[in-house]
Design a protein around this ligand. Structure first.
Ligand code: BYC
Length: 331
């Protein structure tokens, strides 16, 4: 999608005040920043961090759902799940390509993931115990992802913003297929309804954690908002998600696992209970129920795929050599 040849061009800048003010004026004027444009090193590094982590989340996020492909309850469910998981793989690839335009290679990003230096979304460190978890992931996890990603379609960095447009369209299908699974289970036998409720109980709080630490603890939010990478804070998006999702749960007869949840007439928001931030940081730092398995699976896939990468490189080199020989012969 984006040529490696673009990487790093004009990227080194003398960051005096005038340069920074000119850059901020472009951001304030809602101009898109493109890979070859001069940009502050901090802006570039922030985007590499966020887009890289976003790409890793899409790829690691294939694992919990992949666990259920062979056990989907019907051919129709299996086809939809397969399509969804393939979409997530595609999202990861657009995002790696968008990050590559900023001068980082896919190999470097993968090394950072495998060494634990780069993060991926906390949500994918929880296990998928029953089929209802596939419904809960689509409804809640993709629902939270859409809430976070729609504003990213207006991110100041062009390649990221453009990648997000297609990603959001696909996430919206994912959210609906998940909600439809939950609706079917909730209307089914008492055992099926219980499966749906149990999945909601386990995925609700981790879904709220996807939006990141509260605004007072979010180290990057202020600068990211100034650079228009983020358009809303973590707490604003989390609140919007709660407001949109609680009525959806009520509509299918499920109960949110939060005794403190209540509608506030004055603010027009649902008030909700305290998030367990100790759990959040434990999971982010590698101590969640599935962190080890997820990284082990990615490491195995990377190692098993080494021969494919080597063969593709050898093929590309041979083609280039043939092209070079043909152009010499033509001279
Ligand atoms: N999990 O200062 P803050 C999907 C980290 S996948 C782990 O607020 P920022 C899907 C944060 O990185 C969609 N880490 O940071 C796929 C930072 O650490 P570093 C995934 C988290 O960047 C398959 C530190 O905490 N979506 O949809 O301003 C199947 C301080 O945070 C988390 C994205 O990646 C977390 N939940 O804001 C189904 C969206 N939260 O980097 C579905 C793009 C925070 O300093 N990313 N941290 O070491 C973003 O919008 C922002 O990066 C965040 C965090 C809102 C996540």
């Amino acid at each position: 999608m984006y040529s490696q040849g673009l990487i790093g061009a004009n990227a080194t800048t003398d960051e005096d005040e005038e340069f920074l003010a000119r850059f901020q004026a472009r951001i304030d004027a809602e101009e898109k920043i493109e890979p070859n444009d001069a940009m502050p090193e901090g802006y570039r590094r922030t985007l590499v961090r966020q887009i890289g982590q976003h790409a890793h989340s899409e790829i690691v996020g294939m694992l919990p759902e992949g666990n259920w492909i062979t056990r989907a309850p019907s051919l129709r469910r299996k086809a939809a799940l397969l399509a969804k998981i393939q979409d997530e793989g595609g999202h990861g690839l657009y995002l790696y390509a968008a990050a590559e335009t900023l001068g980082v290679s896919r190999d470097e990003m993968t090394e950072e993931l495998l060494s634990g230096k780069a993060k991926y979304s906390s949500i994918f460190n929880y296990p998928t115990l029953t089929w209802a978890d596939i419904g809960a992931i689509g409804w809640l996890v993709d629902g939270a992802a859409i809430m976070n990603q729609i504003p990213l379609c207006r991110c100041s960095f062009g390649p990221y913003a453009r990648a997000m447009i297609r990603v959001c369209k696909e996430e919206s299908f994912h959210q609906r297929q998940g909600y439809e699974i939950m609706m079917t289970l909730a209307k089914g036998t008492p055992e099926q309804k219980e499966l749906a409720q149990d999945a909601l109980n386990r995925w609700w709080w981790p879904s709220l954690m996807m939006f990141g630490p509260s605004d007072s603890a979010s180290e990057h939010s202020d600068q990211n908002m100034k650079w228009k990478i983020k358009r809303f804070t973590n707490d604003q998006l989390r609140q919007n998600f709660v407001n949109a999702t609680v009525p959806q749960g009520e509509h299918i007869g499920l109960k949110m696992p939060d005794p403190d949840l209540k509608w506030n007439e004055k603010t027009g928001d649902y008030e909700f209970g305290e998030i367990n931030w100790d759990e959040f940081w434990r999971v982010v730092k590698g101590g969640g129920p599935m962190n080890r398995e997820r990284i082990a699976a990615r490491r195995k896939a990377w190692e098993d795929g080494a021969w494919v990468r080597e063969a593709a490189m050898a093929h590309a080199q041979k083609r280039q050599a043939r092209r070079d020989a043909a152009s010499v012969a033509a001279e």
